[in-house]
Design a protein around this ligand. Structure first.
Ligand code: PAF
Length: 273
């Protein structure tokens, strides 16, 4: 596995790759969720590139940029074992410019849900993902469905900027107790983790209600909120795959999303119906 730290090195090495290229962008502190994306990429492509960069522009002032887990040595080992070909670990100075040209998230879909509670977050995500897609020019790029709105907005950017990459959405990976894997789960104390389990439970309850024939979003959200009482909920919402709010469940075209705080840890989760 080759480790590259500057955009110039990555561009030069990318130009030598003949065949399909899979790309997995990450912020590191790799867990089994990331590994599932990497393994899918290794399986589906001739070459796999992984990036690790805790992107400062997608954190709002007061968010956890400084304490976000950084585990570069362990991450390198995970990538090596998973047969990653190129690992890209830029610094902020190497990848960003002074007064640079900015990508803006769409005014509506970039400023609802996550974008409402973290205004500007998706501007930063799209800014870095655009750079990374241009540097890696992948055949396929892999994103987790856990960040459902991010996945949607990246797909939208790729379509609207005519980028030649297929964006592949990958299933959420959960611990045996049901909690969706996230690099932020390490912030949770054992007691907080117990409370956090109400999030996947509320999503399971929603699925059950839908299986029993319930279609009314309001009723489903009310039932979910009963289970989410111990959590400082930011939103429980039901949208279609294009992130339009739904009053009625549309089978095969619905995402149910939850975001909230357990203690000082912000968690998100969702289920695709
Ligand atoms: O999902 C993430 O880890 C980040 O938002 C991404 C896509 C690597 C951009 O920094």
């Amino acid at each position: 596995m080759e480790i590259l730290t500057t955009p110039q090195e990555l561009q030069q090495t990318r130009a030598t790759l003949k065949g399909s290229v899979g790309f997995v962008p990450t912020m590191g502190a790799l867990h089994k969720g990331h590994l599932s994306l990497i393994e899918k990429s290794v399986k589906e492509n001739d070459f796999t590139i992984v990036s690790i960069f805790v992107n400062p522009t997608q954190f709002l002032p007061g968010e956890d940029f400084n304490k976000y887990p950084r585990k570069l040595e362990a991450d390198k080992e995970i990538c090596k074992r998973a047969k990653v070909d190129l690992l890209f670990t830029p610094t902020k100075e190497s990848i960003y410019f002074e007064d640079e040209v900015l990508v803006k998230a769409p005014k509506v879909k970039g400023y609802i849900l996550e974008g409402h509670f973290r205004p500007g977050h998706f501007d930063g995500v799209l800014q870095i993902v655009n750079k990374l897609l241009n540097l890696t020019r992948p055949t396929r790029a892999y994103f987790g469905k856990k960040d459902a709105q991010q996945l949607y907005l990246v797909q939208k950017m790729v379509r609207e900027f005519y980028l030649p990459t297929k964006i592949v959405g990958c299933e959420i990976v959960r611990d045996s107790d049901g909690l969706a894997l996230s690099s932020r789960n390490i912030y949770l104390s054992p007691q907080e983790r117990d409370i956090a389990l109400q999030i996947p439970r509320s999503l399971k309850r929603a699925v059950k209600l839908i299986q029993q024939g319930e279609r009314d979003s309001k009723k489903i959200k009310e039932e979910m909120l009963k289970l989410l009482k111990p959590i400082r909920v930011e939103y429980v919402e039901i949208v279609d795959r294009e992130f339009n709010f739904l009053e009625q469940i549309q089978p095969s075209n619905t995402i149910i999303l939850v975001a909230g705080y357990v203690g000082s840890t912000r968690l998100i989760d969702n289920v695709w119906i």
